[in-house]
Ligand binder design. Sequence first.
Ligand code: 0GY
Length: 294
Amino acid sequence: MNVADEGRTVSWHGNPSKPRYVPPPGAVDAHCHVFGPAARFPFSPKAKYLPADAGPDLLFALRDHLGFARNVIVQASCHGTDNAATLDAIARSKGRARGVAVVDPAIGEADLHALHAGGIRGVRFNFLKRLVDDAPRDRFLELARRLPRGWHVVIYFEADILEDLRGFIDAIPVPLVVDHMGRPDVTQGPDGADMKAFRRLLESREDIWFKATCPDRLDPAGPPWESFVRSVAPLVSDYPERCLWGTDWPHPNMQDVVPDDGHLVDIIPQIAPTAALQQRLLVDNPMRLYWSDA
Ligand code: 0GY
């Protein structure tokens, strides 16, 4: 495990390879985070991990290195409900980043509109017990009913609670984006129980999107993540208008198996084999969700 000077964890690759795959112009990395810098943006007292600084300069350098044009920055749990680091990164992006916030469900209308002005276009509901202390479904629902126009909910859960969450998900009145496809066991293959359950969810509503992300988290075999590719490619092909892609940089909690971001980019043509699919996955879909006003 890499440890930064201050004893904080480094979970990202220091020298990612240059991908062989060249994304289409305008490609969006639609799932990434920033950490700190902690001197300006301290971590939450409730943070479950304390990462080394991974601020906007590093993120935008990686964006350029990988051949991407834009980022969607998702507020990471280590910053709790203080979105200042995410907003700062968006402000520094010169219009090339937008974000997803994590908020106290009691947030008022004026604060929601201030987040909108800062480039936020959705809120994240995190159900992973190792990351957050509680996930109050009734309060989340109340918030979802009064989000600014055009916003969506990003939801993060693991496959074993999908059935339990169905009633909650059904009640959300705005589009939903599922992080990492709800973390299916991809070793079961495309017709395994987890993928089938996730497909039932996608079939239940036309406004549920998913991130075809995190082979490094989902495929224990490691690169070239063959089980991930085999399970996820059919999903992208069957739901081409509802998929997003992202690096997940700086890969929170992945310090023991840090992925090479260049290798992550290089499996894009395997999960989206045609230029038309790649254009939707990397450009058209994220632009529709995050830059519809641009
Ligand atoms: C991810 C996944 C993780 C962490 C967070 O907000 C977070 O801390 O999202 C995780 O540890 O699985 O998407 O970044």
